[in-house]
Design a protein around this ligand. Structure first.
Ligand code: UDP
Length: 455
């Protein structure tokens, strides 16, 4: 019997990485018939949401968990999310090999496997990674202190303070790790990036012509958690609630798989939504004053009730206007529901792609990682989003929230961004169509794999 090429997929820790990689696995299986195994690192035990995603995989895609990594509370204290994620990955990998490897690229080489990087964000963030060694050599100060915005090739100008978190403090270990990793991208045999030509053509072209010249680049997006993934309606309060709302009337509010707000900001958001008078579904997390990504790698559902932190009487007062959902909602299905008319998002790239695929315009509220770059791309470049302003205390206050929510849902400015988003949805569908740019890029990648000398 002819043996199929075997592809191993190794996501970074966190749902935002697992979801698009699993979707890529499904596409590769459906269109190119590979044997696929997902190898999954976890911090602590797998969350309910993670198990649900894996259980929904076609049985022909194998998945194995690497032995879970336990980071003691003392060890985690004060560690940035990215460092926790890198530690989890590094400590998960040894079982793949008999001895300790530095990271997956080295391990792949040692096992004679061709390593490819799946970059789950966009070309803008990838440009930064490629450009960083040069910036590091030429910029004498912290990037955030530069008076002028930076101009990455083919991308919109961006302020140093809006670049990804790991480059915000050049004296930190995290920055050094990030810079080292960025230089090592070239060790891969190719980079698969979750974007598409029609969305970020100039950034992709600039990468191909310059920084990533000799490195095959495959823009295969949007790869996103399809709304076709089955969710049992009877188990989903929000889908049933949406069924009873007018078309396009509901704002979905969700900060990704682990975004958190401070106590004060949670309070302002609640009162702002109420003040707007617009319908909403809000996925609520327990507030945290220390960090905006407090629940990214941990299972939030253990032992707390986020609704207890909402303003007194809020749930009762807004019971006709909105629905609060603790921890998690079936986001892709909510976005594809006809009653949903807007999305207040932390700008995670998966959330962004899911809203593009449904043509849902946005309010951008970036929290961590590369989200401020995504927010700039969405609001300033693509013009598919409105952006609320922060007051002098660093808060987005209730009046501002109410104003922007009304603006998006019923205002003139909302109409404009909605129309733009519809155009981008059409472009995304085209990219994914039979002879679209992303379908072609995926076929090129599959051909490269099938023609690999080892097969
Ligand atoms: N998600 C979901 N329900 C939630 C929160 C998140 O289904 O209540 C999914 C969302 O649809 C997306 C992923 O989790 O596929 C979040 O990825 P994203 O890149 O937007 O943000 P991250 O979680 O990495 O910050």
């Amino acid at each position: 019997m002819e043996q199929k090429p075997h592809i191993a997929l190794l996501p970074s820790p966190g749902m935002g990485h697992l979801i698009p990689l699993v979707e890529l696995a499904k596409l590769l299986l459906l269109h190119h018939d590979f044997h696929i195994t997902c190898i999954i690192p976890v911090l602590g035990s797998p969350s309910k949401a993670m198990k649900a995603v894996l259980q929904a995989l076609p049985t022909s895609i194998d998945n194995v968990f690497l032995p879970p990594v336990i980071l003691e509370e003392e060890e985690i204290k004060g560690l940035k999310l990215e460092v926790q994620a890198m530690l989890t990955l590094t400590r998960s990998l040894p079982p793949l090999l008999d001895h300790f490897g530095i990271d997956a690229l080295d391990i792949a080489r040692e096992l004679n496997i061709s390593p490819y990087i799946f970059f789950s964000s966009n070309a803008f963030a990838l440009s930064l990674a490629f450009h960083l060694p040069k910036l590091d050599e030429t910029v004498p100060c912290e990037y955030r202190d530069l008076p002028e915005p930076l101009k990455l090739p083919g991308c919109i100008p961006i302020h140093g303070r809006d670049l990804i978190e790991p480059v915000q403090d050049r004296t930190s270990e995290l920055y050094k790790m990030f810079l080292t990793n960025a230089k090592r991208y070239r060790l891969a045999e190719g980079i698969i990036v979750n974007t598409f030509m029609e969305l970020e053509g100039s950034a992709i072209k600039a990468l191909l012509e310059d920084e990533a010249k000799n490195l095959p680049l495959f823009p295969v997006g949007p790869i996103q958690s399809g709304s076709s993934n089955q969710v049992d309606k009877s188990e989903s309060d929000c889908l049933r609630w949406l069924d009873n709302q007018p078309h396009g009337s509901v704002l979905f509010v969700c900060f990704g798989s682990g975004g958190t707000l401070s106590y004060e900001q949670t309070n302002e958001l609640a009162l702002g939504l109420e003040l707007s008078g617009q319908k909403f579904i809000w996925v609520v997390r327990t507030p945290n004053n220390e960090s905006a990504d407090a629940t990214y790698l941990s299972d939030q559902t253990l032992g707390n009730n986020p609704l207890a932190f909402l303003p007194k009487g809020f749930v009762e007062r807004t019971k006709e206007q909105g629905l609060v959902v603790p921890f998690w909602a079936p986001q892709a299905q909510v976005l594809s529901h006809g009653s949903t008319g807007g999305f207040l998002t932390h700008c995670g790239w998966n959330s962004t792609l899911e809203s593009i695929m449904q043509g849902i315009s946005l309010i951008v509220w970036p929290l961590f990682a590369e989200q401020k770059m995504n927010a700039a791309l969405l609001a300033e470049d693509l013009k598919v989003a409105l952006r609320p302003k922060t007051n002098k205390n660093g808060l987005i206050d209730r009046e501002e929230i109410a104003k922007v929510v009304k603006g998006l849902m019923v205002g003139e400015e909302g109409k404009k961004v909605r129309n733009r988003m519809k155009d981008i949805k059409i472009a995304a569908e085209k990219a994914l169509s039979a002879d679209g740019s992303s379908t072609k890029a995926l076929s090129k990648l599959a051909t490269q794999w099938k023609n690999h000398p080892d097969f």
